[in-house]
Design a protein around this ligand. Structure first.
Ligand code: UGA
Length: 460
């Protein structure tokens, strides 16, 4: 149905970089009815996507990809010429990993995406950065684009940070908590409003800001989330020396609406391709800008988080009787969180590696991430099924809270292992059920022997 406000033709979109963020964005925008061209330098990724295969594990995305391809609205290419000719609005979704040997973000992919596009665009267009970047990047890219593009300042730059979580990528893209537009002109804002019209139409909150604020929103959001996790894990350290129980503490804190229970789950801490590198890059950038002190606490957040990994190794060693040499460990989980096959900065894999380096023989089992984990750490043994990892284990350590591990029966698992010793790195298991089945159960921030609380008898 066309109203008088409906433009004759919806803007055509390109999405540069078809990794996690880009592939999801391209697919979802096509399902919203936009013509979308996905672009990547990797032939392999483009071939997979064009043939209906999502090259990473993300629930719900393969179905959406097939719908989008069937509709004819979504195509993929490796050609920047094609992208520049096709798009009215270009989304840059390339990675900004941590630079080798530095805390800074590696900006080479962002710079290359903007330059490759800019030098080919010869008509008015908008290039929208979605990648997580150091503050000031949008302004720098705007200068670069104005210098390189044959259309000069008719090619504008905006920033639209993305807050999607792996495992919930489709839901978070189509029904985000909020949208943030970082713009330098009313035209740029109008273009973004047009592109996000279907999402705005259902009442999604929108914050329109300058580009520096938009960049900062992302860095600040991820820093806050990381801080919240490290806060409760710092409390776990206190619990460990006081005999208090961090899971009860987290529950009690979470009932306070001002604190809230989300991201207050203690355990092995955060990992993945975002939180760890984002807090480091933010800290680094703040230092460059002369305001390093304002976010110096992020160093502590990082340190608390990394200490959880070595403390988990300590617990396994303790249960094994003081040495890991020759001890058979079943490591349950390799992904940085459940429902993902991502092992970037994965606490699970890091713990498995540390156990191995101390002489343990480690059998890793992960329902989805074993292939990726094997590529990173080929020295560990990878089991195809859970039972194979448990078989003959002296200690079992749960590192990623997949449902398969939560649902495992402590009685059946007991029949496979050599010693019933469980380190629950994610507070995912029923401690009482494990103890009842004869397991020695240990978890970070919880007493090794459950504290006897006098049992309460209701009157009458
Ligand atoms: C995170 C943010 O949640 C997204 O909003 C953001 O868009 C994304 O980074 C990004 O920057 O692209 P993601 O990395 O997918 O998303 O994972 P999260 O669900 O945030 O989990 C991060 C880590 O924190 C995981 O290792 C998880 O196990 C850990 N975590 C999470 C805890 O240890 N405790 C908690 O209470 C919550």
């Amino acid at each position: 149905m066309h109203t008088e406000h409906t433009p004759a033709r919806r803007p055509r979109l390109t999405v540069i970089g078809t990794g996690y963020l880009g592939a999801t964005h391209a697919i979802c925008m096509a399902t919203l009815g936009f013509e979308v061209l996905g672009v990547d330098v990797s032939e392999e990724k483009i071939d997979a996507l064009a043939n209906g295969r999502v090259p990473f594990f993300e629930p719900g995305l393969p179905e959406k990809l097939r719908d989008a391809l069937d509709s004819g609205l979504l195509r993929f290419t490796t050609s920047f010429d094609e992208a520049a000719a096709f798009g009215d609005v270009h989304f840059v979704c390339v990675g900004t990993p941590q630079k080798a040997g530095s805390a800074a973000a590696d900006m080479q992919y962002v710079e290359s995406a903007f330059s490759e596009l800019a030098r080919r665009i010869d008509r008015p267009a908008l290039i929208v950065g979605k990648s997580t970047v150091p503050i000031g990047t949008a302004a720098r890219m705007a200068e670069l684009v104005a210098r390189l593009s044959p259309a000069g300042s008719a090619v504008e730059v905006a920033w639209n940070p993305e807050f999607l979580r792996e495992g919930f990528a489709v839901e978070d893209t189509l029904h985000p908590d909020r949208l943030v537009f970082g713009v330098s002109s009313a035209t740029a804002e109008a273009s973004l409003r047009e592109v996000f019209a279907p999402i705005l139409a259902v009442g999604t909150p929108l914050v329109v800001a300058d580009t520096a604020t938009a960049e900062l929103v992302k860095a600040a959001a991820n820093s806050f989330l990381a801080t919240k996790i490290s806060y409760i894990n710092a409390m776990a350290e206190i619990c460990e020396t006081t005999g208090a129980d961090v899971t009860l503490l987290a529950e009690a804190l979470g009932y306070d609406d001002r604190i809230g229970s989300r991201f207050l789950k203690p355990g092995l801490g955060f990992g993945g391709g975002c939180l760890p590198k984002d807090i480091r890059a933010f800290r680094y950038r703040a230092e460059e800008l002369g305001v390093g002190q304002a976010v110096a606490f992020l160093d502590e957040v990082d340190q608390i988080n990394l200490r959880r990994r070595s403390r988990t190794v300590d617990l396994v060693r303790e249960l094994a009787g003081g040495s890991l040499d020759g001890v058979r460990v079943a490591a349950l989980g390799a992904a940085f969180k459940p429902n993902s096959d991502d092992v970037r900065d994965a606490p699970a894999l890091d713990v498995a590696r540390m156990l191995y380096l101390e002489g343990a023989s480690v059998a890793v089992y992960d329902p989805e991430a074993s292939a990726n984990a094997h590529r990173v750490y080929p020295d560990l043994d990878y089991a195809d099924i859970l039972g194979d990892a448990l078989n003959g284990a002296d200690v079992v350590v749960l590192l990623t809270e997949w449902d398969e591990f939560r649902e495992m029966s402590p009685v059946s698992a007991a029949a496979l292992v050599t010693h019933r010793r469980m380190v629950d790195g994610r507070h995912a298991l029923d401690a009482a059920a494990y103890r009842a089945a004869g397991w020695e159960y240990r978890a970070l921030g919880r007493p090794s022997v459950p504290t006897a609380v006098p049992s309460y008898q209701p009157a009458g």
